[in-house]
Design a protein around this ligand. Structure first.
Ligand SMILES: NC(=O)c1ccc[n+]([C@@H]2O[C@H](COP(=O)([O-])OP(=O)(O)OC[C@H]3O[C@@H](n4cnc5c(N)ncnc54)[C@H](OP(=O)(O)O)[C@@H]3O)[C@@H](O)[C@H]2O)c1
Length: 265
């Protein structure tokens, strides 16, 4: 057998191709998909064949670029704006995604807001703002997905911090912890039609405006001793949407960081 043929077979059987479900014709909505991890996830779904609604808040131009990149994969894609801190807009977003993409099979709740807040000084407003976008909006989106007859998969982007504490981002940590609880509750309440799982990234991308140094140090401290790549997160999403008998799980894409005693900050 020629080497190229056997290499192709190896890739087909044990390589990336065999991990990726064919999502041709499926409809997906990814929130916060104009940039960073949301963009990576949306494009991974597009490469697997799904038509994708690209949600954005402020990054309209970036969202339009992602639409073009997704379309280049041979799928349909649309950019849809919504302020996720406004409940009505969250519901309208899901309705609009249905109108554009048809019945949705996949909802990925990736958008988030990440601000510093200290345990000694954080305010009720800090908490409310963080919960609105990081926990309440995805719950509202998920409920609407189900109300409209959505069948398939919901994947919620959590954070490795849910395994411990973060004393510098207290409101964010509380909201993500609540979102982890909602993820398990959704898995129970939306079964059997919808599988609901979480992906909890660790050190993948530095927060906007921050250098890579801090992230690289955290990466070195993880058991796998390195930072991850956006593709590590989208691979986990692709894995989860390919499963048929997995729900209520959280996949930590963090180099093992959640296994360490965690006191961030
Ligand atoms: N990056 C990491 O290494 C890492 C680590 C741990 C956990 N995570 C989690 O993984 C997910 C993706 O991470 P990321 O770093 O890509 O997220 P991100 O850059 O912090 O946020 C993604 C998008 O969320 C949107 N967003 C925020 N507030 C919004 C609002 N009120 N209305 C509408 N959109 C809003 C923004 O869209 P616009 O720009 O269009 O306004 C933003 O681009 C998040 O849930 C995050 O918590 C990421």
């Amino acid at each position: 057998m020629p080497a190229t043929t056997s290499a192709a077979i190896v890739e087909e059987v044990v390589g990336r191709k065999s991990m990726i479900k064919d999502l041709r014709g499926r409809g997906a909505l990814v929130t916060g998909a104009a940039k960073r991890l949301g963009r990576e996830i949306a494009l991974a779904l597009a490469r697997a064949g799904a038509n994708v609604a690209i949600h954005y808040g402020r990054s309209e131009e970036d969202a339009r670029t992602v639409v073009r990149e997704a379309e280049a994969c041979g799928v349909h894609a649309w950019a849809v704006r919504a302020d996720l801190s406004v409940e009505e807009e969250v519901r309208d977003l899901v309705d609009e995604a249905y109108r554009l993409a048809g019945p949705l099979d996949i909802l990925v709740n990736s958008a988030s807001t990440f601000h510093a807040s200290d345990f000694a000084t954080f305010t009720r407003a800090d908490l409310a703002t963080s919960i609105d976008v990081n926990a309440w909006a995805p719950l509202v989106a998920a409920r609407r997905f189900v109300e409209l007859g959505g069948q398939g998969h919901i994947v919620n982007l959590l954070d490795t911090r849910v395994a411990g504490f973060d004393w510098r981002h207290v409101a964010y940590h509380a909201a993500k912890t609540l979102f982890a609880l909602f993820t398990r509750q959704m898995a129970l309440r939306f079964a059997p039609g919808v599988q609901v799982n979480g992906v909890a990234p660790g050190s993948i991308l530095s927060p906007s405006g921050q250098g890579a140094e801090h992230l690289e140090r955290l990466g070195r401290e993880s058991p796998l001793s390195r930072v991850g790549e956006p593709r590590d997160v989208s691979d986990a999403v692709l894995f989860l949407v390919a499963t048929r008998y997995v729900t209520g799980q959280v996949v930590f894409v963090d180099g093992g960081r959640h296994l360490l005693e965690m006191n961030h900050g």
